[in-house]
Ligand binder design. Sequence first.
Ligand SMILES: Cc1cc2nc3c(=O)[nH]c(=O)nc-3n(C[C@H](O)[C@H](O)[C@H](O)COP(=O)(O)OP(=O)(O)OC[C@H]3O[C@@H](n4cnc5c(N)ncnc54)[C@H](O)[C@@H]3O)c2cc1C
Length: 413
Amino acid sequence: MSSPHVTVIGAGIVGVSAAAWLQKSGFCVTLVDSEPVGHGASFGNAGNVSPGAVVPYTLPGVLRSLPGWLLDPEGPLAVRPSALFEVLPWLFAAAKNSTAEAALKTSRAMKALHSGTYEAYDALTLGTDAAGLIERSGQLYVSEKAGGAQGSPLARVMREEAGVRVTALTELDIRDIEPALAPIFRSGMLLPDNGRCKNPHALVQAIADEAMRNGATIQRGTVDGFETNGKCVNGIVIGGKLVPVEQVVIAAGAASGKLTAKLGTRIPVTPERGYHITIEDPGVAPRIPVSHVDAKFVCSPMNMGLRLAGTAEFAGFDAPPNWKRAALLEKQAQRMFPGVKLNKVTRWAGNRPSLPDGLPVLGPAPNYDNVFFAFGNSHFGITAGPVMGKYLAEIVAGRKPGIDIAPFSPTRF
Ligand SMILES: Cc1cc2nc3c(=O)[nH]c(=O)nc-3n(C[C@H](O)[C@H](O)[C@H](O)COP(=O)(O)OP(=O)(O)OC[C@H]3O[C@@H](n4cnc5c(N)ncnc54)[C@H](O)[C@@H]3O)c2cc1C
């Protein structure tokens, strides 16, 4: 008897991880993507691998900070006027989820999902080309304000409740850990159990390559529709052609909502654009990722250079990048690392798949027996991707997933 077959739409970190875990459960897998493997958000992120990521962006006070951020052209958040109408309901929903009680619930679900990231990566990468790309390096958080690095009292409570190890740092400690940093930081925090990925695109590619060695196929094309019998999806439409399917996983990142809507499920996943610059031969060499807490960007040493990544821009899907936001990162690099050389800089923009309660969607589709959803990891997909894949495979195989998936339900909106 031939193995059951699953078609995974989207070959980012979530899709390729899902494919690899599905194979471990005995499924044959086809990955479908309109782009080459790993060219979505998974390409250009900051590579923070953070089992201790338990502080959501939906924190109390976010609504109060919004006007200041929006009015500051150099602030961490921007909304294009053309996208305002589309984005306002999302921002209001995010603000509604920003009570202390809701944020604590989100934090607990983040812990359940993120804490297993290293084990999941070990299982996917051991003995493959991806082994060694994840390093348990620790992460440094710095602030130009006294006491700013650890964030709000609620953020501290969240880390404490989740058992995340934290070391508070003085100005001197910061310089001991990263001597390349400018002496402008007044408080710091070390999360020794968090880590980094040395090359996120190579990681996704290597997991996909290993899946192919194990029999997976990759089909290039955009899925733009489904054929259903009302209860099951019988086929996906790629470039006008119907391709028969047995089971389908939607792991299409920020574009997932367009696909779920075609299956009758509206999910408010929005493209939250981020930017990066990668500096080849920067002339400064931080050892571990450093997050600038006030300006909200991460500075990550990677195999190909020093990457600064961050900013949140709501611009809709089709608006061209605003490269001024990437230029801002160059300015910040100079402020943070006085000796930095900006001779060889590449720029990139990509869409985080973000939901207004700060949690992804993971589980069976409400209306179809053979469709499953796995997307919406916003700022944390490199951390959560391999774990999402693991639980997704358990769900598709009809087993009880290793965590309570109720907080990630597609019907919660
Ligand atoms: C600037 C920035 C910094 C970040 N830093 C970090 C970090 O440090 N740590 C961390 O954990 N996370 C970080 N993230 C978040 C992380 O990158 C994302 O959450 C993660 O990459 C999402 O993975 P994904 O597989 O869901 O989506 P993607 O990687 O976007 O993949 C989705 C894929 O689906 C394909 N697709 C979409 N629609 C269709 C269709 N109709 N048909 C066929 N294919 C389709 C796309 O082409 C794409 O390849 C960052 C993100 C950004 C933008």
